[in-house]
Ligand binder design. Structure first.
Ligand SMILES: [Zn+2]
Length: 254
């Protein structure tokens, strides 16, 4: 097992020698670099310099297309470590970060990082220009409420840009739900890893399909879409990135 630091979702990474490839290529986060493929997975593709996975590189590639200059942007990133956090800390005009801690009240701090429950954010309305996240929403019990909350704290014309594991075909599969504070499993349990809790510790509530854009629109977002990067990038292992914008409802437009 080869442990690699990365963004908050990755945990540990297994090296598959038969998949091993290396090439000189630009990294969206840190520029000219050496990329390595350690396994046939999005988390197996890494930048040697900043250690971003292809998930983080995909997100940043789309973010840069959207907003090449972040110095006048107020950004809310849903993690407190990893290459994306480090990039935003250098580039964003203002950066707000949070994590969800099981035993810290939302708004309070654990290890110097603010705890936020995406289903009930403590931020005022219209606080941020951009909200970013990688591999978070599949772990939120009520994602529709979370999307409504992110919509609320985004400024007018603000953008939510994020990744989740997306099924190639078919609709979202609900795997579990919260009922009266208890988790009810609808399908065999799936767990993902993160750097706070370790490998295989975070329950996956659902496997998203392309209908995720409908959930975002239900929450108030407009023009929700899935951006797919050039399929030849990164040995074909780029990640789809979901983007949605907060615009005024039609009734408010002149
Ligand atoms: Zn890099």
């Amino acid at each position: 097992m080869l442990a690699l630091g990365g963004s908050s979702h990755d945990g540990q990474l297994r090296l598959d020698v038969t998949a091993l490839r290396v090439k000189v290529a630009p990294c969206p986060l840190c520029g000219p670099s050496l990329l390595v493929r350690l396994s046939q997975s999005q988390l197996g593709v890494r930048c040697i310099r900043c250690r971003a996975s292809s998930i983080t590189m995909s997100l940043v590639a789309v973010l840069k297309q959207l907003s090449p200059n972040l110095t006048d942007k107020s950004i809310y990133e849903l993690s407190s470590r990893g290459p994306l956090f480090r990039l935003l800390r250098r580039r964003a005009g203002q950066l707000t970060i949070s994590e969800f801690f099981d035993h810290v009240a939302p708004g309070d701090y654990g290890n110097g990082v603010q705890c936020q429950d995406l289903q009930a954010l403590t931020f005022p309305d219209k606080s941020f220009d951009i909200c970013t996240s990688t591999e978070v929403f599949e772990h939120v019990p009520d994602d529709r409420q979370a999307f409504r909350e992110v919509y609320r704290v985004l400024k007018e014309n603000g953008v939510l840009i994020f990744t989740v594991p997306l099924r190639e075909k078919g609709p979202t599969i609900e795997r579990a739900r919260m009922e009266s504070g208890r988790i009810v499993h609808l399908k065999p349990e799936q767990y993902h890893s993160d750097r706070l809790r370790g490998a295989g510790q975070v329950l996956c509530y659902r496997n998203y399909g392309a209908d995720i854009t409908g959930r975002l629109e239900e929450a108030g977002f407009s023009s929700a879409r899935i951006v797919r990067l050039d399929s030849k990038l990164w040995w074909g292992l780029s990640a789809p990135v979901i983007m949605a914008r907060k615009t005024s409802p039609p009734a408010n437009r002149s």
